[in-house]
Design a protein. Sequence first.
Length: 122
Amino acid sequence: MVKNKKTVVLGANAKPEKYAYKAINMLVAKGHSVIAIGQNAGEVAGVTIKTKAIPLKNIDTFTLYLNPVRQRDYYNYIIEAKPARVIFNPGTENPEFYQLLELNNIKVEVACSLVLLATDQY
């Protein structure tokens, strides 16, 4: 079993065709603690999707499923949570945010969470 990496899925979605939905399922299946934050309430793999930012502690990873414009609302939230890393999934690439994260000693990973999980590189 891999080490449990407490992960926030930002841009969570309860629609099965969405990548955020697939990521939550795979994270749970692999034994990671998941906090899901999205625009609409719902539930995926037993994880309730929160529609507001909640206080966070001991976060290892944020995995983003929000476009760069929508990410701006979360810059401070993510930086204040002090995660070990932020994964920018395809379509979420954001050089402006990379710089802010790196200035705060937060690792930037431009990758696909689904691929990292499937290949045991998460």
